[in-house]
Design a protein around this ligand. Structure first.
Ligand SMILES: C[S@@+](CC[C@H](N)C(=O)[O-])C[C@H]1O[C@@H](n2cnc3c(N)ncnc32)[C@H](O)[C@@H]1O
Length: 261
């Protein structure tokens, strides 16, 4: 099994260059939740530099009635309301048009769903394959009419085995996770390759900065030694130790090479 960082450097070799652009349309009832985050900090810089182009579509704009209704009660009875297939389909058709105006690549339509494939650092990389544009569909209420999934959705993705009220936070989580993997988005790409889960699936080693001493607690001597070989060795051991302690499930993962490898 290839390590995540190896897969990523291969992706770069295949042409995911510093000027790569990720085009995304998000279909949502709450575009105002998304835009402040996506325009801030590192993701916001990617927007400004053109590496990330996103467009939020308000689902209500695709309702045809004067109340701008987007949902209805489920057939067969039961709790809550379900997003209507006809409204979702119109929004999705518009999302496809928007993508086609910007890119020749076929978009991937992703429904955020607690029933979807679990997002991890490793699984997330498949969403960047070919830098295909993404149409992210945020559900709400009890979810979406199954016919929309059958007709339009390529993949369902989950951010964890718990249920949130809507797909907006999962959409932000996925976008943030993907964008920092696009070469050039992080100022220093090495900070991505040394992140937790990247190097052999290990957690990142402990880090220290100034002051050198705080309330009797010192920065470990080895980090001040100037000996890069010793620092590397110490960090590797620390990563292994804390992975075993904090995440024994990761430490036992068959993806992790044993120390003898
Ligand atoms: C209340 S949830 C619907 C859950 C659905 N009734 C079920 O039990 O599977 C409403 C919407 O939030 C989003 N959502 C909730 N939890 C999520 C998760 N863990 N990962 C991704 N999306 C989630 C989905 O878009 C979903 O359609």
């Amino acid at each position: 099994m290839k390590s995540s960082s190896k897969q990523l450097s291969e992706k770069q070799d295949l042409g995911t260059t510093a000027s790569a652009t990720l085009d995304v349309v998000v279909i949502t009832l709450f575009p105002d939740v998304l835009t402040p985050y996506l325009n801030s900090s590192i993701v916001g810089r990617a927007v400004k530099s053109g590496q990330f182009r996103f467009h939020a579509l308000q689902l209500r704009d695709f309702s045809l009635d004067k109340h701008r209704t987007v949902d209805s009660a489920p057939y067969g009875g039961g709790e809550g309301m379900v997003l209507r297939v006809d409204v979702l389909h119109r929004a999705w058709a518009r999302a496809c048009e928007i993508i086609a105006e910007k890119s020749t690549l076929k978009p991937r339509t992703v429904l955020l769903s607690p029933q979807g494939r679990l997002l991890t650092q490793e699984s997330s990389q498949s969403l960047l394959e070919g830098m295909r544009p993404l149409i992210l569909v945020c559900g709400h209420y009890e979810g979406v009419d199954e016919r929309f999934i059958d007709l339009c959705v390529d993949e369902e993705w989950s951010v964890g085995d718990y249920v949130l009220t809507g797909g907006e936070l999962p959409a932000l989580v996925i976008l943030d996770c993907l964008l920092r993997q696009v070469p050039g988005v992080l100022g220093n790409f090495d900070s991505f390759t040394s992140d937790s889960f990247q190097k052999d699936g290990l957690l990142k080693y402990p880090q220290y900065t100034r002051p050198e001493t705080f309330e009797g607690h010192d920065v470990p001597d080895v980090l001040k030694s100037g000996n890069h070989g010793k620092v590397e060795k110490w960090r590797r051991l620390q990563s292994e130790e804390r992975t075993a302690r904090k995440r024994p499930d990761l430490a036992r993962s068959p993806k992790r090479p044993s120390r003898d490898d």
